[in-house]
Design a protein around this ligand. Structure first.
Ligand code: ATP
Ligand code: MG
Length: 456
């Protein structure tokens, strides 16, 4: 059932006010009445109103004052003014002050009802829009992950769905795309957040130590094991273990890990006892594990065991819309870190940052912004402040430099190759953008890159 919209009818003519009120009551609206501007303003301050229908000329004042006061106190209240025939100026003034509509007296009841319906519909839409905008804003960030692109929105939804469950998560993405950030936000927004989040970099621990690092060891298990030590799995009990760079784990250890994941119990190195564990496993890699499986570098059964929820983080260059909100985010973060206001940025700088290839992804963007802050004392960052690699990416420029061709005798192919290299340099190797610059299709450009053997 819809809640009754509350409408205030303001008119110092008793008959007129009563007629309007009756029409509205019969149309199933909630109606209040005021017979003067003073009474109306009193009503506006006391009660929530969806709509006010007010006469303009009244004995004690002008309906415009009611309108102003209503808009000041509750801008979401809609107002319709009633004007006498021939006083269009006052109607115009009222519209300027924020009235939604005006009706000219005398009017018949259908005109009144249509205007009321429209005003309420307008209010409803506006409220919906505000809600939607708030929703969108919260969706620009989730547990510290910032981004506005459709790709990152999709990632947000996936992250949200993996938060409340206990399933294993596999995160894949190039270096610096935010794999650890995603892992942390899954843990710190979920039911295990008060328990530990333990990260292990499987590539950084020496091969002979990693087993004890993960599962712990008993005293005397090997030379140097002077006392019993708990492994990361035990330390993460009740919480989450983050197995970073899982693609670099040896096949031997992969087999042991698989068994642990299947049985949810561990055995310390040199131990005999099986210790039950309660951990959520999140693994990450910058390799494509499916390919590693195909190359027999990664166990297929372990891949399936890890790959329950797969979160792929696309490289930054494939989600350029994320760059402006990320810049904003890092400017705030860096100002706080360095206790210094982040200088304003020339819009062209932002353009340049959006054109660059970002091989080091978000981490590289963050580092670039940090360097800009540290190295400049200026009020405003300009294009010339940008590091050379961002301005002129290496990829194609080196090839350009090697092309000191004579002024004469250039073939069409030479010129075309030069133009293509130039466009690629300017777009940081972004084929789609370069193709737009050159006015050729993506496919054509791809074909020419191959033909001229241009290395990306
Ligand atoms: N979407 C994002 N919003 C805000 N910060 C981000 C985002 N993505 C990455 N970062 C920041 O970028 C940096 C690198 O992220 P992180 O360490 O999670 O990347 P990674 O994928 O684990 O990289 P690597 O493979 O090199 O270990 C961190 O400071 C992180 O906070
Ligand atoms: Mg990492």
């Amino acid at each position: 059932m819809r809640t009754l919209a509350k409408i205030l009818v303001v008119d110092d003519g008793d008959t007129q006010r009563q007629i309007i009120s009756d029409v509205l009551t019969r149309a199933k609206y909630g109606v209040a009445q005021a017979s003067s501007t003073a009474e109306a303003i009193e009503e506006v301050t006391q009660n929530h109103l969806d709509l006010i229908i007010t006469d303009l000329k009244m004995e004690d004042g002008n309906g415009i004052d009611v309108l102003r006061e209503a808009k000041r106190l509750s801008p979401e209240t809609e107002v319709i003014v009633m004007t006498a025939y021939g006083s269009i100026e006052s109607a115009v003034e009222a519209m300027r002050e924020g009235a939604h509509d005006y009706i000219t007296k005398p009017f018949d009841k259908d005109v009144l009802l249509v205007s009321v319906q429209r005003a309420l519909e307008h209010k409803r839409l506006r409220e919906e829009n505000i809600e939607l905008r708030e929703l969108v804003e919260t969706r620009f960030t989730l547990g510290g992950i910032v981004g506005a692109s459709p790709k990152i929105q999709k990632l947000f939804r996936l992250v949200e769905r993996s938060i409340p469950v206990n399933s294993t998560v596999l995160i894949q993405g190039e270096s610096g795309t935010g794999k650890e950030l995603v892992a942390r936000s899954i843990h710190y927004n979920g039911p295990r957040k008060t328990n530990p989040f333990i990260a292990v970099n499987c590539a950084a621990v020496p091969e002979n130590l990693i087993e004890s690092e993960l599962f712990g060891h008993e005293k005397g298990a090997f030379t140097g094991a002077i006392q019993t030590k708990k492994g990361k799995f035990e330390l993460a009990d009740g919480g989450t273990i983050f197995l970073d760079e899982i693609g670099d784990m040896s096949l031997d250890l992969q087999a042991k890990l698989l068994r642990v994941l299947q049985e949810m119990q561990i055995e310390r190195v040199g131990g005999t006892e099986l210790i039950p564990i309660d951990v959520r496993v999140i693994a990450a890699t910058n390799k494509n594990l499916e390919q590693e499986v195909a190359k027999e570098q990664f166990r297929e059964d372990l891949f399936f065991r890890l790959n329950v929820i797969l979160i792929e983080i696309p490289p930054l260059r494939e989600r350029l819309e994320d760059i402006p909100p990320l810049i904003d985010h890092f400017q705030k973060k860096l100002s706080a870190k360095f206790q210094r206001k982040y200088p304003a940025m020339d819009p062209v700088v932002v353009d340049k940052l959006m054109e660059y290839y970002w091989p080091g992804n978000v981490r590289e963007l963050e580092n670039t912004l940090e360097r800009l802050l540290v190295l400049t004392d200026k009020e405003r960052i300009e294009v010339s402040d940008l590091p050379r690699n961002v301005l002129m990416p290496q990829i194609a420029t080196q090839q350009l430099e090697g092309m000191r061709l004579p002024e004469e005798g250039l073939s069409i192919e030479d010129v075309e190759k030069k133009l293509i290299c130039d466009a690629l340099a300017r777009t940081g190797g972004h084929i789609l953008k370069a193709s737009k610059l050159l006015g050729m299709t993506y496919k054509t450009l791809q074909y020419r890159i191959k033909k001229y053997d241009i290395r990306l």
